[in-house]
Ligand binder design. Structure first.
Ligand code: SF4
Length: 655
């Protein structure tokens, strides 16, 4: 393409551009053009950019267009990586936005969606599983394997997402491509291997679409000297407000009884005569397997009991404590035994399986040691804690601060980074000081664009009067919230979303609302009663229903039109300070002489509040009411920060 890039991006998004011509409902938006232009400029100047653009801007096209134009101008210089928050958002780009752009743009370019290796079928392992006729005792699983074999003859992508049914995890694990379990060019399926083909396509793609978890897993690999994604000159992060959390998870560790159980189950299921261990393991390995199983149950039962006795609901910090654990020596011995058994196995596929299981146990031992042993000398010391889970307790660890790691390995790694989202600023900090500090992104251009929606006209904001203070009169507050929420919901004919800040609050409110709403013919959908995707589907089918929840409902859900015309914010979304990682981060701030409330808790809550508010208006047709029950938004000085961060232009900005 020979056009001037700036002009081309404006032209492509303009009223006479190819997008407007092909999309009848397309409305040219100045914010979209401005965002695309800012991204184009940052790519040309090789400058990192933080770009906030309000709901309705049309961010996907605003970053995809300059990305594609730039990729076209820099062919052969590595792909432009676009990273979305979830696989579902990745699929949305792959199935909707990218095919559309391929159809309308006046030049050829290539895009590839990358998934983690375990999502791809390994033909060699599939045939091994097929040969081991009795691998699964359950006839239903046999049938699933047979369907996978049939599908392998026709699938183009060879990914789990491409299957027309959901196989059991145990079945897919027997046929998936795995790290450390691949014969590479020595494999007779190499030329037809879906995983190898996907890797080759990734190398040559001009635009490579990944998700944040995959990108940060790759970053962790790169830090360790390996890599999965090809070298790239640009990375664009959509929903970039998730980066700190994803980085923390990817650079952290978590081991529970299920983790150890998973490794053991992949070797041998009890009562199975045909397991890997039964067929190829030694008597010593079988004894060690049984010993490891018993230690696993006993060790995690003990720490779960200790956690219960301590009464810490969010988890208990391990600080400088070293946990004595009996698992590692047994798992290491089992790994050694498997590795020597593997050497004696003639059949190459079985040998690979045994060696891969042994390597997996070694990695598990390393994780257990890092979590159990206090080691202030470690390259990246972890904050360690024990966390309650549905089935007991898990050991967790995360870096105190990811900023230094990101500064060194991501922002200075050579790729230009574009961070975009509808919510990145914590109020009036137009230069994103808070975000930049958390991510270690010291030097970046910034742009902050409002939403094209007229919130003053579209949203009525109601601040409830005379409410008890939730931090001082918790019971009275709960009671009043239930009464008033019910009143608002009945007056609105349901069609509501109620946002809480704890599961306990959700459960209490569900009990208070369910019967009176049912009497009025309004269905109550409570988060946790089923998979979130199913609850959202039900909410759309039954627009008068009410969705009640916490946590992930504050962001990322998209309910348009009559299904959502009332949003109730029960409490200001301050994070529980009881979580050991939060506690450690707050303590570290205090030790540096910083004010943890002003510099951590408040900005984080303001950001979350903005995200929750953003659930109501998703399109230019949406209208509705936002009710805030928490009185602190008016009674406390910091309340202004919350209200001032909302996208109103008129009277609500400064109450
Ligand atoms: S090349 Fe590797 S991933 Fe592909 S079929 Fe062979 S062993 Fe499996």
């Amino acid at each position: 393409m020979t056009q001037d890039a700036d002009a081309s991006v404006r032209a492509l998004l303009g009223p006479d551009g190819p997008i407007a011509r092909r999309l009848p409902e397309f409305e040219p938006r100045p914010q979209q053009v401005e965002l695309a232009h800012a991204i184009e400029r940052a790519l040309q100047q090789r400058r990192h950019l933080i770009a906030e653009a309000g709901t309705g801007t049309g961010k996907s096209f605003a970053y995809l267009l300059p990305a594609v134009v730039h990729a076209d101008q820099h062919q052969g210089e590595g792909p432009i990586v676009v990273s979305t928050r979830t696989i579902a958002l990745q699929e949305q780009l792959e199935q909707k936005d990218l095919p559309f752009l391929h159809a309308v743009l006046p030049f050829e370019w290539s895009s590839v969606t990358a998934l983690g290796r375990n999502n791809y079928l390994c033909l060699r392992r599939m045939h091994l599983a097929e040969r081991e006729q009795h691998l699964f005792e359950d006839p239903g699983r046999h049938d699933q394997l047979r369907r996978i074999v049939d599908w392998s003859l026709v699938t183009r992508e060879g990914t789990r997402q491409d299957l027309d049914f959901q196989p059991d995890t145990e079945v897919w694990e027997e046929v998936q491509a795995e790290h450390g379990n691949c014969l590479q060019r020595a494999c007779k399926h190499y030329d037809h291997c879906h995983w190898q083909r996907a890797k080759r396509r990734m190398q040559t793609a001009q635009v490579l679409v990944v998700n944040h978890a995959l990108y940060f897993a790759d970053l962790a690999l790169r830090i360790a000297g390996a890599s999965y994604l090809p070298p790239h000159r640009v990375v664009i992060f959509d929903e970039a407000h998730h980066l700190e959390r994803t980085a923390t998870e990817s650079l952290g560790l978590r081991v529970g009884p299920g983790t150890v159980g998973w490794h053991l189950r992949r070797l041998h299921a009890r009562r199975s005569e045909r397991s890997l261990l039964s067929r190829h393991g030694t008597p010593v390995a079988r004894l060690l397997w049984e010993e490891a199983r018993q230690h696993n149950d006993a060790f995690f039962a003990t720490i779960a009991e200790e956690l219960r006795a301590g009464g810490a609901r969010d988890g208990a910090a391990l600080k400088d404590r070293t946990l004595e654990e009996p698992l590692t020596p047994v798992l290491r011995a089992l790994s050694t035994e498997l590795a020597s058994a593997a050497v004696r196995v003639e059949q190459v596929d079985a040998r690979m399986e045994l060696q891969a299981r042994a390597n997996g146990l070694d990695a598990l031992c390393a994780a257990l040691r890092s979590l159990c042993i206090h080691n202030p000398e470690a390259a990246t010391p972890l904050v360690r804690w024990v966390e309650p889970t549905r089935h007991g307790a898990a050991l967790c660890g995360a870096p105190l601060d990811v900023s230094e790691t990101l500064r060194r390995h991501l922002w200075s790694g050579g790729a230009t980074a574009i961070l975009t989202s509808a919510t990145l600023a914590t109020g009036a900090d137009d230069d994103f000081t808070w975000l930049r500090r958390r991510l270690g992104l010291d030097d970046a251009d910034t742009v902050r664009l409002g939403s094209p929606f007229d919130y003053d006209r579209m949203v009525e904001l109601v601040l409830e009067d005379a409410m008890p203070d939730p931090s001082q009169q918790a019971a009275a507050f709960r009671h009043e919230v239930a009464e008033r929420t019910l009143r608002h919901l009945l007056a609105n004919g349901g069609r509501g979303l109620v946002l809480c800040t704890s599961w306990e609050f959700v459960r209490g409110l569900a009990v208070a609302l369910r019967a009176p709403l049912a009497d009025a013919g309004i269905e109550l959908l409570v988060q946790g009663d089923g998979p979130l995707a199913r609850l959202l589907e039900r909410k759309r089918e039954q627009p008068t229903s009410v969705l009640l929840g916490t946590d992930s409902l504050w962001e990322g859900i998209d309910l348009r039109g009559p299904a959502l015309t009332l949003l109730v914010v029960t409490r200001l979304p301050f994070q529980s300070p009881g979580h050991p990682l939060t506690q450690a981060r707050l303590e570290a701030m205090r030790a540096r002489g910083q004010d943890p409330f002003a510099e951590h808790s408040l900005p984080e809550a303001v950001l979350r509040f903005r995200q929750g508010f953003g659930r109501l208006v998703r399109s230019s047709q949406d209208r509705g009411k936002v009710v805030v029950m928490d009185p602190r938004v008016r009674t406390k000085a910091y309340g202004r920060r919350f209200l001032g961060a909302l996208p109103f232009r008129g009277e609500h900005r400064d109450p």
